[in-house]
Design a protein around this ligand. Structure first.
Ligand code: GLY
Length: 405
């Protein structure tokens, strides 16, 4: 499918698809497209995964993250479908890369530390029961039998056996390797600064997308372009006016602690309110995460680190003895309705794969599947087609009926 493209007097051998952004979303799509025989080039401004992908905690947690609003239920449908796809996605990726991605299927415990949180947890259980989700109520003694490191103050717990996790740096390394083996061109330090258009050869003499201009002047000729630049997608400075990408950064700080013995004090992920602890098989415990509207502020704050450590200690006192390894700051790509932007934009052949908010890792499997089918012109079944429609980027275009319509 490679194309010959002329733009501004240049004639270059083009790729079928250029993807702007080398994070988990962009790489997953690149890998899937290459498997369909497309030539693909990923353009990454910095290094592979240097945005938010390597900061993410890697929870595949549709049941933990569910919210009761109408939008929350749409997000749940996407999350459940992607969680189901992750089973096969993880296996295929590990086989393609010949590497582990740290896929833990030990499940998650949501816990309450006091009476107020216990009442809230009862409400959360009712919501999950009403939605037909797998969650069971545990007495404190039952929770501590499953996870002996839990604090004695725990009042109540819910067990969510279907909420799993992966290790994002390992996923990125595997995707990188799988992409390279599949023939994807991965170009780091390649900043996209413009979209090129050319006159169509056809009778209507319309302008069509011709590729991506890089800082430095090079044109990467491409038949189609996908923007998968996470929280930076709306601020690339290359989008034509008719393409609305209302994505904003929702800042999150997250900590890496490590048990020097090489074995974390937990098997399951633990959550209380917005705080979570995610164990890794190499002895790390990931503690997250703040939710802050502070733009792209990169410096960690002492107060946030303090709050996260305090919460971790309250939930699992053994964290006090762990080695403090790292503070990370990431930027979730938030949208006005908290649903992703997935599909063709108002500019023909320009696609968006962004706005995954708190669930970029979880939604990578589904996003790659849906957008790959759309780009390759493959039919989706009715359920997947409906999921894709719920993410239509044109819902935010000028004159559109608006989100939820
Ligand atoms: N999904 C976890 C977070 O965004 O912090």
């Amino acid at each position: 499918m490679a194309t010959e493209v002329g733009a501004g007097g240049e004639r270059k051998r083009g790729v079928d698809v250029a993807i702007i952004g080398g994070g988990i979303i962009g790489l997953s799509l690149a890998w899937r497209l290459a498997a369909r025989g497309c030539s693909v080039c990923v353009l990454e401004r910095e290094e592979i995964g240097s945005g938010t992908s390597s900061v993410a905690a890697g929870m595949l947690a549709p049941v933990s993250e569910v919210e009761s609003s109408e939008q929350g239920r749409r997000a749940l449908a996407l999350a459940l479908r992607s969680a189901a796809l992750w089973e096969g996605f993880a296996q295929e990726l590990e086989a393609a890369a010949e590497a582990s991605i740290g896929h833990s299927q030990a499940g998650t415990l949501m816990v309450a530390r006091d009476e107020d949180e216990a009442r809230e947890l009862e409400r959360q259980l009712e919501l999950r029961s009403a939605l037909g989700l797998r969650a069971s109520r545990l007495l404190p003694s039952e929770a501590r039998a499953l996870e002996p490191a839990l604090a004695p103050v725990i009042r109540l717990a819910l067990e969510l056996p279907g909420d799993h996790s992966v290790d994002p740096p390992a996923v990125l390394a595997a995707l990188r390797s799988a992409c390279e083996r599949a023939g994807v061109q991965l170009r780091c330090r390649s900043e996209a600064v413009g979209l090129e258009q050319r006159s169509d050869q056809g009778a209507e003499r319309t302008r069509v997308l011709a590729g991506v201009r890089l800082a430095g002047g090079e044109l990467v000729a491409a038949e189609r372009v996908v923007i998968a630049a996470g929280a930076w997608s709306g601020a690339l400075g290359l989008l034509p006016e008719q393409v609305a990408v209302p994505v904003r950064p929702v800042r999150g700080e997250l900590l890496w602690l490590r048990d020097p013995s090489g074995s974390a004090p937990l098997r399951r992920s633990i959550r209380a309110g917005r705080v979570y602890l995610v164990p890794r098989s190499d002895g790390r415990v990931i503690v997250g995460a703040s939710m802050e509207e502070r733009g792209f502020e990169r410096s960690p704050r002492a107060g946030t680190v303090y709050e996260l450590l305090r919460a971790a200690y309250e939930l699992v006192p053994a964290t006090y003895e762990l080695r403090f390894e790292r503070v990370l700051v990431g930027f979730r790509p938030g949208t006005p309705d908290n649903l992703p932007l997935l599909g063709e934009s108002a500019l023909q052949r320009l696609y968006l794969a962004t706005g995954h908010f708190r669930n970029g890792v979880l939604l990578a499997a589904l996003s790659a599947r849906l957008l790959c089918a759309m780009i390759c012109g493959e039919a989706l079944d009715a359920a997947d087609a409906q999921l894709l429609a719920s993410c239509d980027p044109k819902r935010f275009a000028a004159g559109a009926a608006g989100p939820g319509s």
